[in-house]
Design a protein around this ligand. Structure first.
Ligand SMILES: NC(=O)c1ccc[n+]([C@@H]2O[C@H](COP(=O)([O-])OP(=O)(O)OC[C@H]3O[C@@H](n4cnc5c(N)ncnc54)[C@H](O)[C@@H]3O)[C@@H](O)[C@H]2O)c1
Length: 270
């Protein structure tokens, strides 16, 4: 169903890797709601070729950008200004990666080069994108910028590893940059803290199925799907949420405020 909530709006979407990606579903929903999209992902992810299917389906150009490269981000913002003939109304940062997780190094045995790289890609990149967008004046008045987070930013989830630190930093950058961009141009910056979701990035975490099942039992509404998350992003990009900024917004079926559920108690009594 389309409400044309984003009619006439333009946006950049990072991180659509395949059909399971939250960014992929969000791009489709934004398009359905009337937005024009520019897609971007790391050059290495693009070689898989999947993103071209999405680009065709929603008639969007694709600009490669490794978010850890200043030049790539500057080039992306310039290309976006050229393509749209002006600024964008929204940006989705849907990027995350831990090399420590990928290499199977536990939190207590992290390799700091990997940690630096992971924090750069997963958190500092939001600052890099916002800084470059501000420099080139590439986001319109009352624009909306979103990044995707996880509750491991606030609570311990063993094996989420250094991604936890990355998410804490990501949320902090959204809060702090949100202040400056709000004052300067009424641009709002928020993070959405999403339920565990079966995607390529999600499934990389050890014991991920356990995470998903536990969260499902611990959430009064059950886990929020990637489609639900896409709908929430649409709302946050729309004019219906103009005064929401610098927030970490839980989109998790109630998980974050639930102490225990009957389903978990029953399980524990077995
Ligand atoms: N899946 C979950 O359980 C879950 C839960 C909460 C939050 N999130 C967050 O949602 C976001 C999207 O993840 P997803 O679950 O859709 O998985 P995904 O694997 O589909 O998306 C991650 C994306 O990050 C991109 N990326 C990695 N390194 C990059 C780089 N150097 N430059 C540019 N892009 C790069 C990948 O190419 C990929 O498209 C991430 O921030 C993730 O941490 C996911």
């Amino acid at each position: 169903m389309s409400y044309q909530l984003l009619k006439g709006k333009k946006g950049i979407i990072f991180g659509a890797l395949d059909e399971k990606s939250i960014a992929w579903k969000t791009a489709i929903r934004c398009h359905e709601e009337g937005a024009q999209i520019l897609l971007t992902n790391a050059p290495v992810a693009m070689r898989m070729g999947e993103i071209n299917k999405l680009a065709e389906a929603i008639n969007a150009p694709v600009v490669p950008c490794d978010v850890s490269s200043n030049e790539d981000v500057a080039n992306l913002i310039t290309k976006s200004l050229e393509h749209f003939g002006g600024g964008v109304d929204f940006i989705l940062h849907s990027v995350g990666m831990s090399i420590n997780v990928r290499k199977g190094l536990s939190y207590t045995e992290n390799n700091y080069e990997f940690t630096h790289k992971g924090l750069d890609i997963s958190a500092i990149s939001l600052h890099r994108v916002l800084q470059e967008a501000m420099k080139q004046d590439a986001v319109n008045e009352w624009g909306s910028v979103l990044a995707l987070s996880y509750i491991a930013a606030q609570r311990v989830f063993p094996d989420y590893n250094d991604m936890s630190d990355g998410k804490s930093m990501l949320e902090s950058i959204a809060r702090n940059f949100g202040y400056y961009y709000g004052v300067k141009k009424h641009v709002r910056v928020n993070t959405i803290s999403q339920s565990p979701t079966r995607t390529t990035a999600g499934s990389g975490v050890k014991g991920f199925d356990g995470f998903v099942n536990y969260a499902e039992k611990m959430s009064p509404l059950g886990n929020a799907s990637a489609e639900d998350c896409a709908n929430y992003c649409v709302m946050m990009f729309s004019d219906m949420t103009r005064m929401v900024t610098m927030q970490n917004l839980f989109h998790d079926g109630g998980f974050s405020f639930t102490g225990v559920t009957h389903a978990v108690i029953e399980q524990m009594e077995k």
